[in-house]
Design a protein around this ligand. Structure first.
Ligand code: FPP
Length: 232
């Protein structure tokens, strides 16, 4: 089976999964980490080059404080807990998003694991944390403007050049975007990067998402004809 080069996932439905069992939302987030592991394993086994996961949006900062805190702690625990997995499986770990809102402690640990895995050549696992599509486009525009100011003139800019200012610079655009839990929206995710991405929606809630579900998504992707606005 042919696999997409870059798969991105909007991991949705943790809260509903927990509620169905009469548990706290954080219970669902915790269970979601098992699905993250399953997808990483599948990606490593099948030679997927990039797997990016939408773990926390800019909008998620407005959730109740204990949920935000719990998610940040879960992130820290996962980053530290998976170091050995990254080493054994040659996984390069990256975190992309608005760093200014993350704690010093989380940032220091993220940086440590990013540095530690920087030379790994297998799967690149990208956690989109405190990320939103519009935030990304605005920060890119700001950085371009400040480069112009520094140069004292308007610098040339095309689409490829602009991509280089995005937080995802250097990472190929997603080929396949999966969203779980039945929601069919892009929710301010990689707005620029998903210009030609194939979307796949599944009713499965994120904590129930396993390798077979990922495989189904890839099979559906393989049946599609990507024309990028051209005719065959
Ligand atoms: C969406 O479900 C999920 C999130 C906002 C968080 C996703 C985080 C994890 C799966 C934790 C593990 C991640 C890593 C990278 C270790 P929701 O809370 O919006 O669910 P709902 O729509 O049912 O309320």
């Amino acid at each position: 089976m042919e696999v997409p080069r870059h798969i991105t996932i909007i991991m949705d439905g943790n809260g509903r999964w927990a509620k169905k069992q009469g548990k706290m939302r954080l219970f669902g987030h915790n269970a979601g980490t098992e699905s993250v592991r399953a997808c990483c394993e599948y990606a490593v086994e099948h030679g997927i080059r990039y797997l990016s996961l939408f773990a926390f949006s800019e909008e998620n900062w407005d959730r109740p404080q204990d949920e935000v805190q719990g998610l940040m702690e879960l992130m820290l625990k996962s980053v530290l807990g998976e170091r050995e997995t990254f080493r054994k499986n040659n996984i390069r770990f990256r975190v992309i998003g608005d760093r200014s809102r993350l704690s010093e402690k989380l940032l220091a640990n993220i940086d440590m694991v990013q540095d530690e895995t920087a030379s790994h050549t297998g799967l690149t696992l990208i956690i989109m944390l405190s990320y939103s599509g519009k935030w990304d486009i605005v920060q890119a525009a700001r950085r371009y403007a400040s480069d112009c100011l520094a140069a004292g003139k308007q610098l040339p800019l095309d689409e490829t050049g602009f991509s280089g200012y995005l937080a995802t610079a250097g990472i190929p655009d997603p080929d396949l975007m999966i969203r779980t839990s039945g929601e069919q929206r892009i929710s301010n995710y990689m707005l620029w990067q998903c210009a030609y991405t194939e979307f796949y929606y599944t009713p499965v809630l994120w904590p129930d998402f396993r390798k077979t579900d990922l495989e189904q998504a890839i099979q559906s992707y393989n049946l599609r004809e990507r024309r990028y606005g051209k005719v065959e």
